[in-house]
Design a protein. Structure first.
Length: 709
């Protein structure tokens, strides 16, 4: 449809029709229009039928029925269908935080393309992904949806997701703009208070990077940011997102967040909530009726102009047109193709490889890889559990998921002994099964304990004050350790958990996150050495919950807590400042050695560049993959800079004994930051370049950036 035709279409709409075009409700309410049931929401059946979009339908058959119903009632406007396709549709990849630990952007892109392909054939047009929120506090449940604590990595992973969705045929929505991941105390839906410098320098960067891949939508955050709810925050949504960054796509609210501005204490009623949101150039209100009820009223009262509504509606119509819905209202819905690709062998293989590269080996005193001839018992609540595919698993099913036991059985071609020992439920205290698990473990040579956090205890609305594994599981591990046998911990979780109490009992710790449909097969391959672990932590692992938020790219402070420092330094009396496992950390079954770090020069001028090279050698006996990580510190600047900042990475494969020269270019842009005046620029001075296999253990060299001549 041409621009002129879209304009004619808009011109023919009534105010009420325009308001409904900007309203979205869940499909479970919309189905009332075809079942004849009573609506459970705020809108009539007639209004629900005329809405411009829905979210989270059950499947393609339901979507086709809703679209058919529209046509039968003489409504030509095509239905736009959105869904929470977060890390898979039916074939589920590891949770996004785990995928970020792969440091493999092509792998992330391939997983997103897989999800998009399955989803589009089932009638979905738009996914509410990627989440580009920077996260530093593991107590917040939604860290599992993020790419972790580093702004650069968040941006790169977000862009990879977008490329994959687009290739697979879905439009996508970057969320949650802005700073939703900075919720105070890691508590869901909580307030965020950030300085302008911190907001721009760290929290906004991921979203800005994502816009370079032209996502069709951006979603506003639930939270109040610096005193103003984001859904009505013109400074963010108009001044920055639209005017400064040039975003002209669709801005959609999060679930009922327009109406929630009343509860925030920002708007006294739904009419003023609608006013605040439309003034913030919010285009679609999700799951509350303020727009449908009051936009026409606001126009008639002269509070807003119809042009303001028209601008928003036109952005929605352009999105529908871009997706081809006017030519083909069913778009790519094809249930036959859906059934052909869903959970196909190629997609299962991809999900398995994603899990293999996402798992992180945190500790290994030589017990791994396991020998196939060894007598091994698998204990713990996740040894045979199939609900390990992860929260926000869309239409994934436990019945399609491979458990650890199933994966090991398939690899060894025999049935291995398992004993749960306890429940995986967070608040379960029953210890009655521990003795059975200990007795089974006593008869084995090696114990593998599958423990951690249920997939239902991370994700939205699952914040925790204590992020240790549950108490009954800690008791199980303590009892197992008394057997004095090699003990391997396979730890499940949607966040970095506090492992301080349990890792000291273990000879090896493999952190497997929530690994998706093929989790069990991937874990089996890693445990038995069919695959060499290569994942690296995308978030720091705290020593205690009280350390949160803890992150590698912190400021030095005027009194840094070093070994030589006196008590009047920035630290704790009872624990070091450092995390248990730092950002970028992960072991392998081989050893990588870094040497011969070189710079092409000791200094360069603004507008020029330096080339850095480092020699990386696989000094072990096994082939493996290593993530070479480049960090920089700006020693003195007009705004204090972090002790390290990730500026680049490369995942390389080296055969045993092989070495490779890895290079990295440093330019003025590499060193740029947001100054106190709000300008993005590099400042002349002294810098330190770091390179290594994690953020802590690095080679380093100094260099100088000279003033522009």
């Amino acid at each position: 449809m041409t621009e002129r035709q879209l304009a004619e279409l808009l011109k023919g709409m009534s105010l009420e029709e325009k308001a409904l075009q900007l309203t979205q409700y869940p499909a479970y309410l919309s189905t009332c229009v075809v079942t004849g049931g009573d609506t459970a929401g705020d809108l009539s059946l007639s209004e629900l039928r005329r809405m411009g979009s829905i979210l989270n339908a059950n499947d393609g058959a339901e979507i086709m029925e809703l679209r058919r119903d529209k046509r039968e009632h003489g409504i030509s406007d095509p239905l736009l269908v959105m869904h929470d396709v977060i890390h898979g549709y039916r074939t589920i990849a590891p949770v996004p935080l785990a995928l970020a630990c792969s440091f493999n952007l092509q792998l992330v892109q391939d997983c997103a393309e897989m999800a998009a392909t399955e989803a589009k054939y089932d009638g979905v047009d738009v996914t509410f992904s990627p989440m580009a929120d920077l996260v530093r506090d593991a107590r917040w449940g939604r860290v599992m949806e993020s790419a972790g604590e580093d702004p650069y990595l968040c941006g790169e992973v977000g862009k990879a997701f977008i490329r994959g969705y687009h290739t697979g045929g879905l439009a996508c929505c970057v969320k949650h703009f802005a700073a939703y991941g900075a919720a105070e105390s890691g508590k869901e839906y909580n307030t965020a208070e950030l300085s302008e410098h911190t907001l721009h320098e760290y929290y906004l960067r991921g979203y800005a990077e994502c816009l370079k891949e032209n996502p069709e939508l951006v979603m506003t955050a639930f939270c109040v940011l610096n005193g103003v709810p984001v859904t009505g925050n013109r400074r963010l949504t108009v001044d920055i997102l639209r005017d400064e960054w040039g975003f002209d796509g669709v801005l959609i609210s999060d679930y009922a967040s327009v109406r929630e501005m009343i509860c925030h204490g920002y708007c006294p009623d739904e009419k003023l909530a609608a006013y605040a949101a439309i003034k913030a150039k919010l285009d679609i209100e999700m799951s509350s009726p303020c727009y449908a009820r009051y936009l026409p009223v606001l126009v008639k009262e002269g509070k807003i102009s119809e042009d303001e509504i028209d601008d928003a509606v036109m952005r929605v119509l352009k999105l529908k047109n871009r997706l081809g819905l006017y030519e083909n209202p069913e778009r790519e819905t094809n249930l036959k193709k859906r059934d052909e690709v869903t959970l196909c062998g190629r997609y299962r293989a991809l999900a398995r490889r994603a899990a293999e590269e996402s798992c992180v080996l945190l500790k290994n005193d030589g017990v791994l890889p396991l020998k196939e001839s060894a007598s091994v018992v698998f204990v713990g609540p996740f040894a045979a559990e199939k609900e390990i595919f992860g929260n926000w698993g869309c239409r994934g099913n436990a019945e399609d998921t491979v458990s650890v036991k199933e994966g090991v059985d398939a690899l060894l071609k025999k049935s291995v002994k398992t004993a749960p020992g306890c429940s995986h439920k967070l608040k379960e205290t029953d210890e009655s099964m521990i003795s059975e698990a200990v007795q089974a473990a006593a008869k084995s040579e090696v114990i593998v304990a599958c423990v951690g956090e249920s997939m239902w205890n991370s994700g939205e609305a699952h914040s925790r004050t204590d992020i240790r594994i549950p108490k009954v599981q800690r008791k199980l591990i303590n009892e197992l350790s008394k057997l004095q046998k090699p003990l391997v911990l396979v730890v499940f979780g949607g966040r970095p958990q506090v492992l301080t109490e349990i890792e000291e009992h273990a000879d090896a710790v493999l952190y497997v996150w929530q690994p998706g449909t093929e989790g069990g097969n991937a874990i089996a391959g890693l445990l038995y050495g069919k695959v060499n672990p290569s994942g690296k932590t995308a978030m720091s692992f705290p020593r205690a919950s009280g350390q949160c938020p803890v992150y590698y790219n912190s400021l030095n402070t005027g009194r840094p807590n070093t070994q030589e420092a006196n008590i009047y330094s920035s630290g704790y009396d009872d624990l070091p400042n450092t995390p248990l496992y730092p950002f970028g950390f992960g072991l392998s079954y081989t050893k990588f050695e870094y040497s011969d770090l070189r710079l092409s020069d000791e200094e360069f001028g603004c507008g020029g560049n330096l080339m850095a090279t480092v020699r990386v050698k696989n000094a072990g006996a096994a082939d493996g993959q290593e993530v070479v990580q480049w960090y920089i510190r700006d020693l003195y600047a007009s705004c204090v800079r972090p002790v390290k900042e990730l500026k680049g990475f490369e995942k390389i494969t080296l055969k045993a004994g092989e070495e490779k020269i890895v290079s990295f270019e440093i330019t003025e842009k590499t060193l740029a930051f947001r100054t106190a005046e709000g300008k993005e620029r590099a400042e002349a001075g002294e810098f330190v370049l770091y390179v290594g296999g994690n953020s802590r253990d690095c080679l380093q060299k100094k260099f100088i950036l000279n003033e522009r001549k």
